[in-house]
Design a binder for this molecule. Structure first.
Ligand SMILES: O=C(O)CCC(=O)C(=O)O
Ligand SMILES: [Fe+2]
Length: 278
């Protein structure tokens, strides 16, 4: 299973990108417009946040879902063990420590702008029948959507006392339309193929991994697969290293129709209940 690395400056970047999503649910972007020094700054800023016990002052709001989710608070659907991670959900309208807001918001803005371009690429390269079934332009689905969130993830160094079978992020699919994931500081991300085999997603520092979520799978009538992925635990000397990553989850407005059965709002509520987050 080959996830394509797409050069955003290539003439056929949109076609290559969409073909990789269709084939694997993933694509990697290089030469993208996200400012790499800003990414480094945001990682450094948030490493300070996670190292500070005051992080608990920003505990997440169960209704609005903004804020800090402590270590061992989320389990993947049908997985008993909690993931070995802590994270912060940043929404422009939500809570955020003052000293982090400016840089975090800039990165959110850059990823959000890239996301619109990518959704247009997907739209333009969807077969006519698939495109006609979208209830509106894909990039319009997320316009002024309060639900699009940036998750700053920290997977602490392993202590050796973790529960057996507990992993950094158990196998799951993303709920949203598309995810733009700023390359992690460490390896570990894997994607599953249709035969059940796992493959490393090689995303060099500085690149952006993009993956299809369940909402795009649903509104494309399964044309784009929302592939199962996970983050495995490091071994040997690497187990002493923490790992950070920053996905932007693109969520349509709640009233956007995804299928005959679901709007984005009704689907999200169902999924958050399964995750134990609501
Ligand atoms: O940390 C990563 O590389 C992936 C995280 C992820 O899949 C998620 O938070 O949904
Ligand atoms: Fe994910």
């Amino acid at each position: 299973m080959q996830v394509t690395t797409v050069d955003c400056r290539a003439d056929d970047a949109a076609q290559q990108f969409t073909a990789s999503l269709r084939g694997t649910g993933f694509a990697i972007l290089k030469n993208h417009p996200i400012d790499s020094s800003l990414v480094e700054q945001v990682y450094a800023d948030w490493a300070r946040f996670f190292a500070n016990p005051n992080k608990r002052d920003f505990l997440f709001d169960p209704d609005d879902q903004d804020g800090f989710f402590p270590y061992l608070s989320e389990n993947a659907k049908d997985h008993a063990q909690k993931d070995l991670k802590e994270f912060f959900h940043y929404y422009p309208w939500g809570k955020c420590p003052d000293y982090l807001r400016a840089d975090t918001d800039r990165l959110y803005g850059q990823l959000r702008a890239l996301a619109s371009i990518l959704l247009n690429w997907v739209e333009d390269n969807s077969p006519e029948q698939v495109r006609n079934a979208y209830s509106m332009n894909l990039s319009d689905m997320i316009n002024e959507s309060p639900g699009t969130l940036m998750r700053i993830l920290n997977y602490p160094a392993l202590q050796g006392s973790e529960q057996p079978n507990a992993i950094r992020a158990a196998a799951h699919e993303d709920i949203n339309l598309l995810t733009c994931l700023v390359a992690s500081t460490e390896p570990g991300l894997q994607v599953q193929d249709v035969k059940g085999n796992w493959h490393d997603v090689d995303c060099d520092p500085g690149n952006i991994a993009v993956n299809v979520g369940d909402m795009l799978e649903m509104c494309s009538g399964n044309y784009f697969p929302s592939t199962t992925h996970r983050v495995v635990n490091p071994v040997g000397a690497d187990s002493k290293k923490a790992r950070m990553s920053i996905p932007l989850f693109l969520h349509p407005r709640a009233d956007v129709v995804l299928s005959e059965k679901h709007t984005a709002g009704s689907y999200l509520t169902e999924r958050l209940q399964e995750l134990g987050l609501k």
